[in-house]
Write a protein that binds this ligand. Structure first.
Ligand SMILES: [Fe+2]
Ligand SMILES: [Fe+2]
Length: 475
């Protein structure tokens, strides 16, 4: 069951060849996908041989096989975790009933919307990152970028399979539309705001993979609890791929910090001007990038009060993070949750029905998880013997959705006037000058084992290969 059939046009472990209509429909979508990859995928990379991992089975030990592959030849496919025939719905109004192997009519529109919204983020990030290969700080980093890109492409396949198999003609139309919207496109943008932002430089890329791919993790974890069993099984496998994306982000930012701290010690200064002149990224700039990516990403969880969130939970479509490990009643009726509010020019808390606050519950779980990694970055600064520390901004800082949308709040959580915001925003969010400086550092480093000056080498290579391994062979 878990072994993947690679003899077919579309690698899969779902017995695709037994459903000829579905197989034909997906084989019809496949060339459109490849055309999208050609047009919107990593720029100028079609002939590179890249040291990539490919799934060969969904078993925890055996799924990753490494080898040099040209990206257009990557075996994108459909891989679901094994099913459990006795699986029961474990939260919401249908708790205790058998999990759904098909889409119940009354939940069809909502499930389709959930799957399309998740699916839309996957190709969006590939589009956002498509120019980064031209300025990779090393072969090792270039390979990691491409690994993330091909796996986001595969995540699109995961969602398109569900659309084709379970949503008929509507699903096939949605699958086409997933290739037609484009990140940042004025007329036909991606669905969610953060996926229309640019990822113009590698510091942005590392922040994105740390913060925004982690949003992916939390959304996938919530969907992995779904009563719709095929969605639960496919998101469980996606999560195993997602872990590497967050590793790329955490270790990437960590290596930038390490290099900056080395230079701070070498020059005995924390003066941003001197550090910039030495070609590294000063910690205040890193902090501003962090503030930006963190605040844009926590908006992705949606409004703090949402009747959709309540419906999705009660009807069993989307659970909470680690639903199965929680010890409450998993129905949540009559329970409350504290969300932020603004009263008389100050942030306050108010209690609202928990079912309506489930976006906030997921956001708060995400925040806890994000903060842990920022503390690991601080350990690097501490190890370098420096007193500086990075900090995630207040949850209300720079928000654009729900109660806090448009309220001006400082990173330390004070509601501020428009005038104070305007006076301080250049200390809080990346300025055009910050971005221009970071952009000025971006230059392509292609020799194996060499790294751009602004980033430290990794502690070890990929798949136990040496750091100076030839991760990318340029054709
Ligand atoms: Fe993804
Ligand atoms: Fe990802």
């Amino acid at each position: 069951m878990s072994t993947i059939n690679y003899s077919e046009k579309i690698p899969n472990n779902v017995n695709l060849s037994e459903d000829r209509t579905l197989q034909r429909a997906l084989e019809h979508w496949q060339p459109n996908y490849l055309q999208w990859w050609q047009d919107m995928g990593p720029e100028g990379s079609q002939n590179f041989d890249v040291y990539l991992r490919t799934a060969v089975s969904v078993d925890p030990q055996g799924w990753a096989q490494f080898g040099h592959v040209k990206m257009p030849d990557y075996r994108w496919g459909i891989f679901l975790n094994p099913g459990d025939a006795d699986r029961k719905i474990h939260f919401g109004d249908h708790m205790g009933e058998a999990a759904w192997q098909d889409v119940p009519g009354e939940h069809r529109a909502n499930l389709r919307r959930i799957i399309v919204t998740q699916g839309d983020t996957e190709p969006a990030s590939v589009e956002q990152q498509r120019h980064l290969g031209l300025t990779a700080p090393s072969q090792y980093d270039l390979r990691n970028l491409f690994q993330v890109n091909v796996e986001e492409g595969r995540h699109l396949w995961a969602m398109v399979y569900l659309l084709h198999k379970y949503f008929g003609r509507d699903g096939r139309e949605e699958a086409e539309a997933l290739l037609e919207r484009n990140s940042g496109d004025a007329d036909n943008p991606r669905i969610l705001e953060a996926f229309n932002e640019k990822t113009p430089d590698w510091l942005s890329f590392f922040m994105f993979t740390y913060f925004t791919d982690r949003d992916g993790k939390f959304q996938l974890c919530a969907l992995a609890e779904s009563a719709f069993d095929p969605l639960a099984r496919t998101t469980k496998f996606m999560l195993t791929e997602e872990a590497h994306h967050m590793f790329v982000g955490e270790s990437g930012v960590g290596r930038v910090i390490t290099r900056t701290c080395q230079m701070m010690n070498e020059l005995k200064t924390d003066d941003p001007g001197k550090l910039r002149a030495a070609g590294v990224i000063d910690l205040p700039t890193i902090q501003r990038y962090l503030n930006f990516h963190y605040s844009v990403t926590i908006d992705l969880f949606g409004a703090d009060q949402s009747s959709n969130a309540a419906t999705f939970y009660s009807s069993g479509l989307k659970g909470r993070y680690e639903e199965g490990k929680r010890s409450d009643d998993h129905v949540l009726k009559g329970q409350t949750y504290k969300i932020l509010d603004v009263q008389g020019g100050q942030l306050t808390e108010k209690e609202v029905p928990m079912l309506n606050a489930l976006n906030e519950v997921l956001r708060d779980d995400y925040i806890k998880d994000s903060m842990a990694g920022v503390e690991r970055w601080n350990k690097l600064i501490e190890k370098a013997g420096l007193p500086h520390r990075l900090k995630v901004p207040h949850k209300a800082f720079h928000r654009n959705i729900g109660t806090l949308a448009g309220v001006k709040v400082s990173p330390d959580g004070r509601v501020v006037s428009e005038a104070e915001w305007n006076a301080k925003v250049d200390e809080w969010l990346p300025t055009a000058e910050d971005r221009a400086f970071v952009a000025s550092l971006m230059g392509r480093v292609v020799e194996p084992g060499k790294f751009a000056n602004w980033i430290a080498p990794p502690v070890m290579g990929i798949n136990r290969q040496p750091v100076d391994f030839e991760y990318v062979r340029f054709g």
